[in-house]
Design a protein around this ligand. Structure first.
Ligand code: GLU
Length: 303
């Protein structure tokens, strides 16, 4: 199958690109052109397929939560699940509602509350959290050009009242140990990691390969841990649209409000797609549509 041709054909048949809305609650994100569209797929045996703006960096936002989760899981092992649960939430990414009845334990590490707890855990283990995270990502992708977009990070820090509220609320239940400002500072930086589709698919390839990265040739986590992270992505990676993503695309995946989505087919490939306009649930409208067509026409999904 000519996958490059297939990707171009799916793109050509997507309905017009003026559906959805670019996120602007973090003002800096609102400046991105809605017309951007990039795709990059990388297989575990080294074949790459690319289309459109696949080499242009964008703000990966919540996609980074999978990477910090991996780092925290490497360090804390199974004890991590005492601090954050693994259940889908069915609520928006920044919701506070369930934290009250769940007594400060976030439903999963993919929603903001859970990712903030993961940041709190990492602050206990990492000497230089931002530098250590960057080094981890650069090594996974074998690319030292990856960095933080400081303008986006500053924009999010200046609009983080809701995330601050999440941290303080969880602290009231004893599930936060470090200072709120250090947690938010780290969190806003990880969301502001800037990567392109090629770098993203390379970075996530270890999740398609039982925890071994064919890019940096290292075992990042065990096969069992990989299974669990993929399960969390499948159930919780697309906010309260995870069911729809499983139904239409059928792969473990993670989206971000910057318009990126990464998905993996275990044993085969990682794919990243970027299109900034978001649907009502905060996921890339055309990213979802593209991936649905891709897995349908290639005939590969985990189901
Ligand atoms: N930095 C974003 C926030 O906390 C992440 C949102 C996302 O991509 O889901 O609002």
């Amino acid at each position: 199958m000519d996958v490059n041709h297939l990707i171009a054909d799916i793109h050509a048949k997507l309905p017009s690109l003026n559906t959805g809305k670019v996120a602007d609650y973090i003002p800096e994100l609102g400046k991105v052109s809605p017309d951007k569209f990039g795709v990059h797929a990388m297989t575990i045996d080294g074949r790459a397929f690319s289309f459109g703006d696949a080499q242009e960096g964008f703000s990966i936002q919540s996609i980074a939560k999978v990477l910090t989760l991996t780092m925290a899981y490497q360090r804390l092992g199974h004890d991590l699940w005492k601090r954050v649960d693994v259940e889908p939430s069915g609520t928006p990414f920044n919701s506070l509602i369930q934290l009250e009845s769940d007594r400060g334990i976030p439903r999963n590490p993919m929603m903001n509350a859970g990712a903030l707890v993961v940041c709190d855990v990492l602050l206990d283990y990492l000497a230089n959290p931002k530098a250590d995270l960057l080094e981890f990502v650069q090594s996974l992708s074998c690319d030292v050009t990856i960095g933080y977009n400081e303008t986006v990070a500053a924009s999010e820090r200046a609009h983080s009242d809701r995330n601050r509220a999440l941290v303080e609320f969880m602290r009231s239940f004893g599930n936060i140990k470090n200072g709120t400002d250090s947690i938010l500072d780290f969190y806003c930086s990880l969301c502001a990691l800037e990567m392109n589709c090629a770098q993203l698919s390379n970075t996530f390839l270890f999740l398609a390969n039982k925890g071994f990265s064919p890019i940096c040739r290292k075992q990042i986590i065990t096969g069992n841990m990989t299974k669990r992270i993929n399960a969390i992505m499948q159930l919780c990676g697309l906010y309260d649209e995870a069911g729809e993503f499983a139904f239409r695309v059928g792969l473990p995946g993670k989206s971000g409000v910057g318009g990126g989505i990464v998905a993996v087919l275990p044993g085969d490939y990682a794919i990243a797609v970027w299109s900034p306009p978001l649907n009502r649930k905060g996921n890339s409208h055309f990213g979802m549509a593209f991936l649905e067509q891709f897995t349908t026409r290639v005939g590969g999904s985990i189901f």
